[in-house]
Design a binder for this molecule. Structure first.
Ligand code: ATP
Length: 240
């Protein structure tokens, strides 16, 4: 069956002043699809994700969400329309409690019952978060902070979730928990664009993937095809 793209990037370019970090990216994410963006340090992955969320302006090309050009749509309106970002480094409010952090994710909503239901949903997927509800978020472990960051994003009830390096610096068990959540929400129909330094992990979970290098997409394919691609294996999976 042919699924409709929820997100399309057409020749997207992004610059920091004179530095052209993203030179022309084409990619798409379909409804209910988990797509990963892998590649070396400095390839432009985080820059791309931040531009989709509206944190950086595009210099050229088109960002299309649900069939509409969103190049100039402000970040808060992208969030309201269903685009949520879990940024690199998590970006949680360290002086607020876990519960306050989670509820911040719902600040654009006024359906109180839906919010409570989504909180319960997060607790069922991430019981650790429920145990820590009253704790100041800055005192949590890295893994717990990542869970809170993901929970907060889910509280906005996104259609498209942008995840930047969710496994970074975390223990294997925590990574497993986080990827279980990712799989669960994708099964329920959410679309995810995942940036990962851990290419093995990302490709194993993703339906499709894109490889980025020097601000360009250099390879794309199904997760399985990329996982078995000799060029990917030698460049990103530490094989010779
Ligand atoms: P990483 O995994 O290290 O985050 P990445 O693929 O996400 O890598 P980006 O962080 O998007 O890469 O960086 C892409 C390029 O843009 C790099 O050359 C980087 O040095 C540059 N860059 C990133 N942020 C800035 C900034 N705030 N100002 C200037 N240049 C930047």
């Amino acid at each position: 069956e042919q699924k409709a793209p929820i997100l399309q990037l057409k020749d997207v370019q992004i610059a920091y002043g004179q530095i052209q970090a993203v030179k022309g990216v084409n990619l798409e994410v379909c409804s209910g699809e988990l797509v990963c963006l892998i590649g070396a340090n400095g390839a432009g992955k985080t820059t791309t994700l931040n531009a989709i969320a509206g944190l950086l302006p595009t210099k050229g090309g088109e960002l299309i969400y649900q069939g509409v050009n969103i190049n100039t749509l402000p970040t808060h309106l992208r969030l309201r329309q269903g685009i949520a970002l879990v940024p690199e480094g998590r970006g949680i409010f360290t002086r607020l409690t876990v519960e306050e952090n989670l509820r911040m994710g719902a600040y654009t909503r006024d359906d109180q019952e839906g919010i409570e239901a989504d909180l319960e949903r997060v607790f069922s997927m991430l019981p650790r978060v429920k145990e820590r509800l009253a704790q100041v978020a800055g005192t949590l472990s890295g893994g717990e902070q990542q869970m809170v960051a993901i929970g907060r994003a889910l509280l906005s009830r996104p259609k498209l979730l942008l995840l930047d390096e969710p496994s970074m610096g975390l223990a294997p068990l925590v990574i497993e928990t986080i990827f279980e959540v990712v799989q669960t929400v994708v099964k329920e129909g959410m679309s995810i664009l995942l940036v990962e330094q851990n290419a093995n992990l990302a490709l194993a979970f993703s339906q499709r993937g894109y490889v980025m290098d020097g601000g360009l997409i250099t390879l794309s394919g199904t997760g399985e095809a990329l996982l078995n691609d000799p060029k990917v294996r030698s460049a990103y999976l530490g094989e010779v």
